[in-house]
Design a protein around this ligand. Structure first.
Ligand code: G3H
Ligand code: 13P
Ligand code: ZN
Length: 289
């Protein structure tokens, strides 16, 4: 059932577990996320990127998420979040339609501009009694990885400065903070490392819950230590994409005679549900509904 995101994240922070924020862009992924939350009796955050919204259309995607949350997921707390919002108009549309939280990602902007944009969105969000997440430091994707490997950029320079986090939160008034502590968007096992000492320093300097992006590819021990060091929300996208694709490939190869899209998609939905349940167990949010 849809609830204010504060209810979900504040409880996680207090009880020292993390809530998974899983990306969706369609009915099948959303079904997998909600069914996993129900099976694990866990709270969950369902999030959409801007490109997911452009793929499925805002009204349609919002209707899928809220309808499934309030029917299939009626016994577990669920919140809807906009992930990596960069388009101010789209962020405001998400706020207007009823999202429970929005991420204003101005992390590529200079310090002052990041503050002013984050502060502006926090004000609009708060007027509708929802939460705003901002980002300090840069979280790379695959394209950035290449630059890292070529030595054009250094991870150290991209990471959140613990000495600036408190001032950033005080000036922007945001409710959660996405931190850059060594993770990368995508699945880069072995390459991604969480700078746990940096995370501890950031957590000690601010009261707001911290969000770990780029969760796919990290080990279960890394997650557990990051949660101990102050992470309350963990973003997962790529793990579900991999589960979806691997299962689909198997199904279509093995059953080429099938033409019913439901029979083709069902194993992929189940595979994604299994992956979400695996993450929920690692994050410690099972039975916290
Ligand atoms: O952090 C980014 C998410 O994985 C969403 O990616 O823009 O391809 O939907 P996307
Ligand atoms: P992964 O794709 O690495 O899981 O990252 C997801 C994410 O951070 C979405 O904001
Ligand atoms: Zn992210």
């Amino acid at each position: 059932m849809i609830v204010p995101i504060s209810q979900i994240i504040n409880k996680a922070k207090k009880q020292k577990y993390a809530v998974g924020a899983f990306n969706t862009s369609n009915l099948e992924i959303t079904l997998a996320i909600v069914r996993a939350a129900v099976a694990q009796k866990s709270p969950v955050i369902i999030q959409t990127s801007e490109s997911a919204i452009r793929y499925s259309n805002l009204e349609t995607l919002f209707a899928i998420m809220t309808t499934l949350a309030n029917t299939v997921g009626k016994k577990v707390p669920i919140a809807i979040h906009l992930d990596h919002g960069k388009d101010l108009k789209l962020i405001q549309e998400c706020i207007k339609i009823g999202y429970n939280s929005v991420h204003i990602d101005a992390s590529l902007e200079k310090w002052q501009k990041n503050i002013s944009l984050s502060q502006k969105i926090a004000r609009v969000a708060h007027a509708k009694k929802i939460w705003a997440q901002a980002e300090l430091g840069t979280i790379l994707g695959a394209e950035g990885l290449l630059k890292l490997e070529m030595g054009e950029i250094k991870m150290e320079d991209l990471m959140t400065d613990p000495g600036k986090a408190a001032e950033f939160i005080q000036k922007t008034g945001v409710d959660t903070l996405a931190v850059s502590v060594g993770t990368i968007h995508g699945h880069f096992k072995g390459v991604e490392k969480v700078d746990q000492a940096r995370l501890q320093k950031i957590a000690a300097s601010v009261k707001v819950p911290l969000v770990l992006h780029g969760g796919s590819g990290l080990s279960s021990q890394t997650f557990k230590t990051a949660i101990k060091n102050g992470i309350s929300v963990i973003n997962i996208d790529t793990n579900l994409r991999i589960a979806f694709k691997n299962s689909l490939q198997k199904t279509v190869n093995a059953k080429m005679d099938k033409i019913d899209p439901r029979k083709i998609m069902q194993p992929s939905i189940d595979a994604m549900q299994k992956e979400v349940e695996k993450m929920i167990k690692i994050f410690g949010s099972s039975n916290k509904a």
